[in-house]
Design a binder for this molecule. Structure first.
Ligand code: NOJ
Length: 742
């Protein structure tokens, strides 16, 4: 039996190897036939005319350029009809090299899923993977080969609008989610009819833009880069990400797009990445604006040398590579390597066998109208909602309440729920497709419940004219639900905000409604952690709903009325005030920590504000309660080839079945470089019925406790470690410790 299994395995290896070889051979053969212009064409990516996310160059002869083999890829081109029409033109080119169609499929295609930060709050890797899987199924049925996702940038500054696209502040959680998303997008294998290429972006450190201002510079230590910002990229690579995108920012003075250290030395050499790197939109040309290249020709030189393979929209490669070659400033090997990487992916996708394989209108209709996708969006939506507060068990609400007032500027919105980076599929009406929060509530309550509505105010502005009507509605109700927050386009690319309080007079409206004495539940819609101290300190219940997508109203309804018990936990720290930013849980202790109960004079704190967050990382309530007990370590000493098994029992001690995210944090107490006070090193999401107990197991090994020492060598150091098991980074329920011995 064993022998047969080995033989099968060997055969599979041989088969995989010969397949691989075949593609390599095909690529080489094709390359030999290509003119220089055709090679450079493969490196050239243009925007179609659908929707631009950067400055557009008007090009009236795109068709001719495609026909001449001068374009390798298009972005922002949707639907089987449109992609087929462009592909047909590519098939008129001399070598008939198919075009690649790329698209920002960030959180769903036609079925919009929660924004990535919201999904990250679920800590549910299977659900996250499923969201990406469905997005890929729909996008690939609609002509798309390649998504510019996942965005795996660590986000520790909620002023930065793009935190909504990522998985939050933590490298461990971020890496797990990056891995899950790549697997989801790429499915079983690239080449599958429902798989799209993933693109880990933005390489690298874009999330650390100074002041949270988009596109801004990044100044970062090597250790921070390796320990915090690179791990999710490595995880994406380990999951098989076919492509990477570089970034707009400079890193320590060198624009990421022209950064050889990042793209060649780390990504392609050290990590052995075999896919290709696409630039960000015009980021090659922008190196001139940075003051790093004297002109666009030098920008092309710097980018190709650094390992940036495909040029998104800047035309720097198209206009300059030939000259750079003639002048012997670059070697043809550089161009060939980039072309080969791109062609390889086109072969892997099966496009040479059938360039229209993703352009089947019937499949498109079926995939875009699959009710299972909508069901999944609803489920992931409710898993993403964080219960921040629930005094006196106001939630879940009874479906038999006589009167509910639903108040706020977001109650009846449809499109807003989709959040930034959602896709407007041609011919699809969002008012029909998206379940508003009002509709979600209507779907939930029985006939005997009266729903009252008042808008109260706008999202922005000073107008309080609607307050009186809202107060009147509240007075008639048994319970008031309010839906407030940002507009969807207040977070996302180029949507940094210096003030992240809830905008306009919305919190004033909350205050006015609170003054009626009615029980108030507030839903907060946002693409980032916001600051909302009045609401947090005064109302009875708060659900952080982010942007939940197509099924937002139903997902919210499910949680409000207890059909789903909330289980999400914050993937980013919520500050008390903007002045605390950047704020994250895995800080260094300093020589003067501001610990509770100690003299705060001359401590690392603020004289006008506590240093602690409003809501810590990993925090979120449930309708039930969980007790942690019986923390056991298989041993308290290990060497660097050993392992410690950690077990802990979790019991549902409340009245509802529910899910808990059990978190393991470690602290390396003394190091040759200072280690954080806590680092997430394991988590598990478990489901427990009332009264049920489950044992959660974590394994600690050398890899898990290794870090970059003062010489930037990755490894562990002997000494003592604290082990903390908690329900959030600030709610540690059980503690123990262990020693790493030589
Ligand atoms: C710019 C964004 O930074 C990037 O994330 C996106 O994929 C491209 N534009 C294409 O839309």
């Amino acid at each position: 039996m064993k022998k047969i299994a080995t033989a099968i395995l060997l055969l599979a290896f041989f088969f995989a190897f010969s397949q691989q070889k075949t593609i390599d051979q095909k690529v080489d053969a094709l390359l030999k036939q290509m003119t220089l212009e055709e090679k450079i064409g493969q490196l050239n990516q243009y925007n179609d005319d659908w929707k631009a996310t950067g400055p557009v160059t008007v090009d009236n002869n795109k068709s001719d350029q495609i026909r001449n083999g001068q374009v390798g890829s298009l972005l922002n081109c949707l639907g089987t009809e449109r992609t087929r029409s462009w592909q047909k033109i590519a098939m008129e080119s001399r070598l008939k090299i198919p075009l690649l169609f790329g698209q920002d499929v960030i959180h769903g295609y036609k079925t919009t899923f929660p924004i990535p930060l919201a999904e990250a709050a679920s800590w549910d890797l299977e659900a996250i993977k499923k969201g990406a899987r469905i997005a890929a199924t729909e996008a690939s049925a609609s002509g798309i080969h390649w998504t510019f996702a996942p965005m795996v940038d660590i986000g520790r500054d909620p002023r930065w609008g793009r935190v909504m696209e990522g998985a939050g502040e933590d490298p461990y959680l971020g890496s797990k989610i990056a891995y899950a998303r790549v697997k989801g997008f790429q499915g079983e294998k690239l080449g599958g009819i429902d798989a799209v290429m993933a693109c880990a972006k933005h390489f690298a450190a874009y999330g650390a833009a100074v002041g949270g201002r988009d596109y801004n510079s990044v100044d970062m230590s090597e250790r921070m880069l390796w320990e915090v910002y690179l791990p999710p990229f490595k995880a994406a690579l380990d999951a098989g990400a076919a492509t990477f995108m570089n970034a707009f920012n400079d890193l320590n003075g060198i624009p990421a797009t022209g950064n050889k250290y990042l793209q060649r030395d780390i990504l392609k050499e050290k990590w052995g990445f075999e896919g290709f790197v696409v630039s960000d939109w015009n980021s090659i040309g922008e190196m001139q604006v940075h003051g790093y290249a004297k002109d666009r020709k030098e920008a092309a030189f710097l980018a190709i040398t650094a390992g940036s393979d495909m040029d998104m929209e800047s035309r720097c490669y198209k206009n300059n590579l030939e000259e750079l070659l003639k002048e012997k400033k670059i070697d043809i090997q550089l161009v060939d390597d980039a072309v080969k990487r791109i062609l390889h992916k086109k072969f892997e996708l099966g496009l040479f066998e059938d360039p229209y394989r993703f352009c089947n209108a019937e499949r498109e209709t079926a995939a875009l109208n699959n009710p299972e996708h909508v069901k999944a969006a609803r489920e992931i939506g409710s898993k993403s909602i964080v219960l921040l507060k629930n005094n006196n068990h106001l939630l879940p609400l009874s479906k038999d309440l006589k009167t509910i007032a639903f108040i706020g500027p977001l109650v009846k919105e449809h499109k807003q729920n989709k959040g930034f980076w959602s896709i407007d599929v041609p011919g699809v009406d969002d008012d029909q497709l998206v379940v508003s929060q009002w509709e979600g509530l209507q779907n939930k309550v029985g006939k005997n419940t009266k729903l009252l509505y008042a808008k109260g105010c706008e999202i922005e502005g000073e107008n309080r004219d609607g307050f009186a009507e809202a107060i009147e509605a509240a007075k008639q109700a048994d319970v008031v639900i309010m839906s407030i927050g940002e507009r969807a386009d207040m977070s996302g690319e180029a949507k940094s905000r210096s003030d992240i309080h809830i905008p306009g007079v919305q919190e004033e409206l909350v205050k006015a409604i609170q003054a009626t004495g009615k029980p108030v539940v507030v839903l907060i819609n946002a693409g980032r952690p916001l600051v909302f101290n009045y609401t947090a300190d005064n109302v009875q219940a708060i659900l952080y709903t982010w942007w939940l997508g197509t099924e937002a109203g139903n997902s919210i309804g499910d949680v409000l009325f207890g059909d789903v018990n909330p289980s999400a936990k914050t993937p980013m720290t919520f500050p008390r005030e903007i002045g605390q930013i950047p704020i994250y849980y895995s800080y260094f202790n300093t020589g003067r920590p501001a610990n509770k109960g100690t003299n705060l004079n001359y401590a690392s704190s603020y004289i006008d504000l506590s240093g602690s967050p409003k809501f810590p990382f990993g925090y979120g309530l449930s309708y039930t309660t969980f007790e942690y007990s019986d923390l056991k370590l298989s041993k308290n000493k290990m060497n660097n080839t050993g392992k410690i098994e950690v077990t802990v029992n979790i019991t549902n001690t409340g009245k509802y079945a529910g899910e808990e995210i059990v978190q393991m944090y470690l602290r390396d107490k003394v190091g040759s470089v200072v280690r954080p006070v806590k680092e997430l090193k394991g988590f598990e999401k478990i489901k427990l019925n009332v009264g049920e107990t489950k044992t959660v197991t974590f394994i600690i090994d050398n890899q898990l406790i290794s870090f970059y020492n003062s010489k930037l060598e990755f490894g562990s150091e002997p000494g003592d470690f604290d082990l903390m098991i908690g329900s959030s980074s600030a709610d540690i329920r059980l503690k123990d410790g262990f020693e790493l011995v030589k």
